[in-house]
Design a protein. Structure first.
Length: 342
């Protein structure tokens, strides 16, 4: 399996993350990618550097205002008197009310940053664009005939909306890969197995029938992102029925998870896509710091094995999975499960 990886992610090391009112260092740390890379190499997979695909793939998903903000925000922020080291919003537009796009970077931060988990530092834009190039390159490899390719993306992307960063995410790598695959395929499916709902991906494709979005995740009634990810959310307009959510109870173990995954796979087969993008979160693990679901390390092999048996050209895009001694073994199990099922 080709593993697409760029070390340009390492300069992005966000320090400002507010949890229950307390400031702490982000869980989304550079060491995550290094451990995942070591695990992939340990399994003998080929590691390749992504090509630079320019602005077009990200511009196909994200708004011009948002992209300009991400590229320039840190420098503009640091020009403010007494500014913090990272861009962090402190004011937000009120939902449902008329809103004028602000000129100030302070106002734009509130407009384009959905929470306090996506602070912007001096190298965030560089890391996010490299991450998007990795996802695009993996999609390109699959379009050129690879059965599967793994994009080791950092920062992750599935919480990012068309015009908003959110939950450690800036550019939506999964959506960028899916849209890139649309050049070749009339329909593409996205299967998100991160423990958090893929709210950004859902929002981007909410009204589109050409991309099926499916997410298995911790129940948002008790788990972030709270506001979306519920089972009744099915898309709108032409996209009605092309969004499917499987909220799972806290502590769900492999047997119940596999029942939901089987139903998800049957829905993918019924949709008959030409290709599949998997948002590969590893944070459903029983020892992940988020402790939402309880999948064992061996369970990831079963999950990815079932996905492999869909027999679709597949792009695996790294999402969550946070620092523990099990992070590397979890990826090794997932990749092994996929390749052994081919």
């Amino acid at each position: 399996m080709k593993v697409v990886y760029s070390d340009r992610h390492q300069g992005h090391d966000p320090q400002q993350f507010i949890v229950r009112g307390r400031m702490k260092r982000s869980n989304e740390q550079p060491e995550r990618a290094l451990r995942l890379l070591e695990a992939a190499r340990g399994q003998g997979h080929d590691v390749v550097e992504p090509d630079d695909y320019g602005a077009a793939p990200r511009a196909a998903i994200h708004t011009p205002q948002f992209l300009r903000f991400l590229e320039t925000a840190w420098q503009r922020w640091r020009e403010l008197p007494d500014a913090s080291e990272e861009v962090t919003p402190n004011i937000y537009p009120f939902p449902g009310q008329p809103c004028t796009y602000p000129d100030s970077v302070v106002g734009q931060a509130g407009y384009h940053m959905g929470d306090n988990a996506c602070s912007i530092g001096p190298h965030t834009w560089e890391a996010a664009t490299a991450s998007a190039h990795a996802a695009t390159h993996a999609a390109h490899l699959v379009m050129e005939g690879e059965r599967v390719a793994y994009a080791l993306c950092r920062p992750p992307g599935h919480h990012a909306y068309a015009d908003r960063a959110n939950g450690f995410c800036y550019l939506n790598n999964v959506a960028i890969a899916a849209q890139y695959l649309r050049q070749r395929h009339a329909r593409v499916a996205v299967l998100d197995i991160d423990v958090h709902h893929g709210n950004g991906t859902q929002g981007i494709f909410w009204r589109r029938p050409d991309v099926l979005t499916i997410s298995l995740h911790g129940d948002p009634r008790v788990f972030t992102p709270f506001f979306v990810g519920h089972a009744h959310e099915r898309g709108e307009g032409d996209g009605l029925g092309c969004n499917i959510n499987y909220p799972l109870a806290r502590g769900t173990r492999l047997p119940a998870y596999m029942q939901a995954l089987e139903d998800a796979c049957l829905n993918i087969q019924a949709y008959a896509p030409g290709a599949l993008v998997v948002a590969l979160g590893l944070d459903a693990h029983e020892k992940d710091p988020y402790q939402a679901l309880a999948i064992s390390t061996e369970g990831f092999a079963d999950i990815l094995g079932r996905i492999a048996r869909l027999n679709l050209p597949t792009v695996l895009v790294q999402e969550g999975g946070y620092l523990s001694e099990d992070l590397g073994p979890n990826l090794a199990s997932a990749l092994r499960g996929y390749t052994q099922a081919l």
